[in-house]
Write a protein that binds this ligand. Structure first.
Ligand code: NAD
Ligand code: WQD
Length: 343
């Protein structure tokens, strides 16, 4: 039996597409709104191919309030919203802060206004470990202080969490779970969907896979003089399918009324830190490939090391990441290769 209808904004994007697959497979009806500013119709079709299920897709911009209002009016049975839609390139946000504030904050405001107008209670929000900056204590838990944002992008996540908290506390209609993702990588095991960076990738793993495919000459390791075991920076990488499943659990928690507070925050990571060199070595090992890389200076604004304390998510959500680094890096390479060969 269908479990009810979930609106997924940005559902054609990297994390959104994997989440829509998991929602469909767990019996939800899905409605996606995405303007395809960072995805394509191909991904929409492939979600259907993987899941063997249909869903409703609107190519629409969340900043267009009246058009989005019409979609909400047509679907008066939405149980909750998973809000992924946003711009996410840290460097670009420094160049184009107004676009980032407008899109990331403006879209959220429209979604919340329309949820209120149409009496929809539940929202899962895509937040980020970037709100912790360089934490004083590792692993970092949800009570750690929010540090000043290092980019307009990071600031939009902090502002969004404040907006959500104020909205939830102003009106008993609302419940929110904000998921603070650590570093999502990897792709669906079918290799039909995965990360599709626009232009030169900012993030490590897409840069690694594109270099291995021959699209980039060499990978630059940003800094080897950090206070870490091998000198390169450490992150908590999480498989995108594990991350997707956390959204299904979070939405289910609010729908079934199991949430303890109206506004809840959970770290979504594995709890393990890996260095840049460990990522490269594992990628080479599991895929039996060579990779051209060299060490260069640190990248401005990078934190030295961060990994999650996931105790709260494990205990309260009953969610735990299952897929290890080998699987993450195998699936990332399989996706890159399959996608490039299909072009
Ligand atoms: P993505 O760019 O692949 O997906 C975002 C989707 O939203 C895209 O398909 C894009 O077309 C759509 N979109 C953007 N603005 C829109 C608008 N105004 N109207 C309609 N659709 C719009 O990004 P992702 O990696 O899947 O990230 C999803 C969310 O998770 C974002 O909010 C991002 O900030 C957050 N997040 C991502 C990471 C990461 O490393 N990927 C880490 C932490 C948090
Ligand atoms: C990982 C590590 C780099 C590229 C960013 C955002 C953050 C979040 C995830 C959304 C770092 C190193 C990278 C390269 C390298 N997004 N690196 N060579 O910096 O942890 O986080 O994406 O919220 O907000 O800031 O991820 O993948 O860019 O980098 O050496 O070509 O790999 O220095 O140590 P990061 P990343």
């Amino acid at each position: 039996m269908a479990k009810g209808k979930i609106l997924v904004t940005g559902g054609a994007g990297y994390i959104g597409s994997h989440t829509v697959v998991e929602l469909l497979l767990s019996g939800y009806q899905v409605l996606v709104i995405d303007n395809l500013s960072n995805s394509t119709q191909l991904i929409v079709d492939r979600i259907k191919q993987i899941s063997g299920k249909e869903f409703i897709f609107y190519k629409e911009d969340l900043l267009n309030f009246s058009n989005i209002d019409k979609i909400f009016s047509l679907h008066n049975d939405i149980l909750g919203v998973i809000h992924f839609a946003a711009y996410k390139a840290v460097g670009e946000s420094v160049e184009k802060p107004l676009e980032y504030y407008e899109n990331n904050v403006g879209s959220l405001l429209n979604v919340l206004k329309l949820m209120k107008k149409h009496s929809i209670s539940n929202i899962v929000f895509s937040s980020s470990c970037t709100v912790y900056g360089q934490p004083d204590v590792l692993p970092v838990n949800e009570l750690a202080p929010i540090k000043p944002a290092l980019s307009p992008y990071g600031n939009t996540k902090q502002i969004a969490e404040e907006i959500l908290k104020d909205t939830v506390y102003s009106d008993s209609l609302f419940k929110c779970i904000s998921l603070r993702y650590f570093n999502p990588i990897g792709a669906h095991s079918s290799a039909l969907i995965g990360e599709l960076p626009n232009g030169v990738p900012d993030n490590l793993v897409p840069f690694v896979t594109q270099t291995a495919y021959g699209l980039r000459d060499e990978l630059k390791i940003f800094g080897s003089d950090y206070d870490t075991p091998d000198g390169t920076a450490v992150r908590d990488y999480i498989h995108v399918v594990d991350l997707a499943q956390a959204h299904i659990v979070a939405m289910g928690r609010m729908i079934s009324g199991k949430n303890k507070n109206m506004f809840e925050v959970f770290n979504i990571g594995t709890g393990n830190g890996f260095s840049v060199l460990e990522i490269i070595e594992t990628f080479i090992k599991v895929n039996n490939l060579d990779l051209n890389y060299k060490i260069v200076q640190r990248r401005e604004g990078d934190v030295e090391k961060v990994w999650a304390d996931t105790t709260l998510a494990n205990k309260e959500l009953g969610w735990k990441a299952k897929l290890n680094l080998d699987v993450m890096l195998e699936s990332a390479w399989k996706w890159e290769k399959t996608y490039r060969e299909s072009l």
